[in-house]
Design a binder for this molecule. Structure first.
Ligand code: ATP
Length: 413
């Protein structure tokens, strides 16, 4: 029994969770099974960090255990028989329950074949030593750490270490996961792991676009994604994902600026910045390689198409209506990315003017008001509305009265 771990468990898990874990353990032991807390939560408990992502593993039948727990304690249980997993939810708390399993890899990049196994089997298939630990929750063993690969020692040494030589070949997503943990925890790749990562970096080709994109999104959700990208570039990882993808000092600087701007949908802006130095063809190939879905793909396309027309914004004293016409229809994230990416102060200023002001400008008079002034519906009315909008943007009119006066003048011409 590890008293320090029990203290951490009690410190970081709320009463409700502890009570449920005890109930789960009781049911498991009635079935002759053992229940364990595994993975990230164990790592974070040992680091004294909170982690509400609870993963439980049972040597037995997770679906049966979750169902019995739901019946006895109340709670919603969703089961996934294909994977032998279940999700338990009660009020605001949730945890995942999995059947301990062993894995065999048939070929790189393909999901492994799985079959029931022991907790040791289950830990053997994991990515890094610091993620390959479990805490026994059962009876007299409550609080006992199971650490077959020296994860606790690696936590102290601040090292990310794979479990065996073929780890990155079996699953190249671990290459990206390694870099994410390195930065997040302030750890370093263990020397042998770094060597194997460099050796196996080309295995990233075996990953589907969806999986690479998912990992990239997880990186972008970290606090300082540019540091991870920079490291990924240094290790030759980025060019394996996409040949001209870069994590250079330009990206480092622009990502930081993007964060300082506190824009909504920062992730989309990061994607745009990553693609902003691509040609349109490269942009398309990038979207295709990473299977980037609709909304973000559109923002990337907007970024590249906008880039081609931005020079116009360097014209001195450009009328506001011209700025509006150029930018109207582009997604705001692409315009933000355009402003961040541009090294011209005037272009940036005009993009910001549009984002902060021009895009909201509307004339006071609408179609109905124009009809009340005597215009009949038709193309002429549309033209007048359009001209009114330009006059408003260029501040030739500043009030409803002035708009009416202008319309009357046009009608009398
Ligand atoms: P966090 O959610 O804080 O990023 P986590 O460690 O909980 O960290 P998850 O991605 O939720 O990460 O994965 C849960 C656990 O599953 C990990 O701790 C690890 O043991 C295992 N795991 C996840 N992905 C892999 C992988 N590609 N190969 C091997 N094991 C993995």
């Amino acid at each position: 029994m590890n008293h320090d771990l029990i203290y951490q468990l009690e410190q970081h898990l709320c009463e409700d969770v502890l009570q449920l874990l005890h109930a789960g353990t009781e049911i498991a032991s009635e079935q002759g099974q053992s229940l364990y807390l595994v993975g990230g939560v164990v790592r974070d408990l040992l680091l004294g960090r909170a982690n509400f992502d609870l993963d439980l593993v049972v040597e037995g039948d997770a679906i049966k255990l979750a169902s019995l727990l739901g019946q006895r304690e109340g709670g919603e249980v969703v089961v996934h028989p294909r994977f032998g997993t279940a999700k338990f939810r009660r009020g605001g708390l949730a945890f995942d329950l999995a059947t301990a399993r062993a894995e065999t890899y048939s070929r790189p990049g393909v999901l492994p074949a799985v079959h029931p196994g022991s907790i040791e089997d289950d830990l053997r298939r994991r990515d890094f030593t610091i993620n390959a630990m479990a805490i026994n929750l059962s009876g007299d063993s409550f609080g006992k750490l199971i650490d077959p690969y020296g994860g606790e020692s690696d936590l102290k040494l601040k090292l990310i270490r794979i479990l065996h030589q073929r780890s990155f070949i079996d699953d190249a997503t671990r290459i990206l996961r390694a870099l994410r943990y390195e930065m997040r925890l302030g750890f370093q790749l263990e020397a042998g792991t770094e060597e194997l990562l460099r050796r196996d970096v080309a295995m990233l080709h075996t990953m589907t676009g969806e999986r690479i994109r998912h990992e990239l999104e997880l990186i972008l959700a970290e606090e300082r994604p540019e540091k991870i990208l920079h490291r990924a570039e240094e290790l030759g990882v980025l060019k394996e994902i996409y040949p001209t993808l870069s994590g250079d000092s330009w990206i480092m600087e622009k990502f930081e600026q993007a964060r300082l701007g506190s824009y909504p949908s920062l992730r989309a802006i990061y994607f745009s910045l990553l693609a902003s130095r691509f040609s349109p063809q490269e942009g398309e190939a990038f979207i295709e390689r990473l299977k980037i879905p609709g909304a973000i793909a559109r923002i990337i396309r907007d970024t590249l198409s906008l880039k081609a027309g931005l020079r116009i914004l360097e014209t001195p004293k450009l009328p506001h209506s011209a700025i509006y016409r150029l930018l109207h229809g582009y997604s705001s994230q692409a315009i933000v990315a355009g402003a961040l990416a541009s090294d011209s102060a005037l272009i940036r200023q005009n993009l910001e003017l549009y984002l902060n002001k021009l895009r909201y400008v509307k004339p006071s008079l609408n179609g109905r008001a124009l009809q009340q002034m005597g215009l009949s519906p038709g193309p002429r009315l549309g033209e007048i509305l359009h001209a009114l909008e330009e006059a408003r943007l260029d501040q030739k009119v500043k009030s409803k009265d002035q708009e009416e006066e202008l319309v009357r003048r046009w009608l009398s011409e």
